[in-house]
Ligand binder design. Structure first.
Ligand code: NAP
Length: 247
């Protein structure tokens, strides 16, 4: 049990990649706070994790775009579990459009969740982590934050910004033994990629050296590594989990 009794906060943890990460961490003994705007789903996921892995879990309604909601989330997790060891900034949305058609509202909504949300949550947990002189922050970035993608100016900019935030926080927090790293997934089978047509998925698979879309568990294993004792000399890095699509 590599994470026995550690406390992990997973934003957007009710489903998709966040849920898979929460399960991987729980499987190694971590207590899990599932934080999501989707309150009922967060409660369902927290219940499933508790039953499957016999760890304490907590479901919290949290909107990462609101600083006060993130502060409240950090407070409640500490009240319930006494500490916070791991933060996974996973909550994310897309609102795709070509730049010439993208509205200010589409731009703002995506930047608010994907980039400002990670800043808000990091700010809320960094003080207790600094006092403990230990912590892990894992930011779920994206392949398109590295290579860009037509139709995703808002999303790719938010993920590129998140990569820069990862590196800056890694530098700021290193002296307190808080390690900050990112994961840049390629195309992963979740609700986010569900709207792709079969033809689009086949075209994608054709340009992925491993010839398939990724599973949420592929990302979760990288998160588990970054959360655990085997990565104690790694900070400010972004691990690509993309089947070789971008090298
Ligand atoms: P998902 O299945 O849509 O799950 C995202 C979760 O985040 C949802 O439960 C969503 O709730 C929640 N959320 C949205 N806005 C939030 C907010 N303001 N505060 C708290 N929670 C919020 O997406 P996913 O595919 O698992 O993606 C997870 C992360 O991986 C995202 O950061 C995404 O950008 C990144 N990623 C995904 C892929 C991919 O191919 N799937 C690739 C690269 C990176 P609602 O359902 O109520 O909105």
């Amino acid at each position: 049990m590599k994470l026995k009794d550690q406390v992990a906060v997973v934003t957007g943890g009710a489903q998709g990649i966040g849920k898979a990460i929460a399960a991987a961490l729980a499987g190694q003994g971590a207590r899990i706070a599932v934080c999501d705007v989707a309150e009922d789903l967060a409660a369902k996921t927290a219940g499933e994790l508790k039953a499957s892995f016999q760890v304490d879990t907590l479901a919290l309604k949290a909107d990462v775009t609101r600083p006060e909601s993130c502060e409240e989330m950090a407070k409640k997790v500490q009240e319930a579990f006494g500490r916070i060891d791991i933060l996974v900034n996973n909550a994310g949305i897309t609102k795709d459009n070509l730049v010439m058609r993208m509205s200010e509202a589409e731009w703002d909504a995506v930047l608010d969740v994907n980039l400002k949300g990670a800043f808000n949550c990091t700010k809320a947990v960094c003080r207790p982590m600094m006092k403990q002189r230990s912590g892990r922050i894992i930011n779920i970035c994206s392949i398109v934050g590295l290579m860009g993608n037509a139709g995703q100016a808002n999303y790719s900019a938010s993920k590129g910004g998140l990569i820069a935030l990862t590196k800056t926080c890694a530098r700021e927090f290193a002296s307190r033994n808080i390690l900050v790293n990112g994961i840049a997934p390629g195309f992963i089978k979740t609700r986010m990629t569900e709207q792709l047509t079969d033809e689009q998925k086949q075209k994608l698979a054709a340009i992925i050296p491993l010839e398939r879309l990724g599973e949420p568990e592929d990302v979760a294993q990288a998160a588990l590594f970054l959360a655990g004792p085997d990565s104690s000399y790694i900070t400010g890095q972004v691990i690509s989990v993309n089947g070789g699509m971008y090298m």
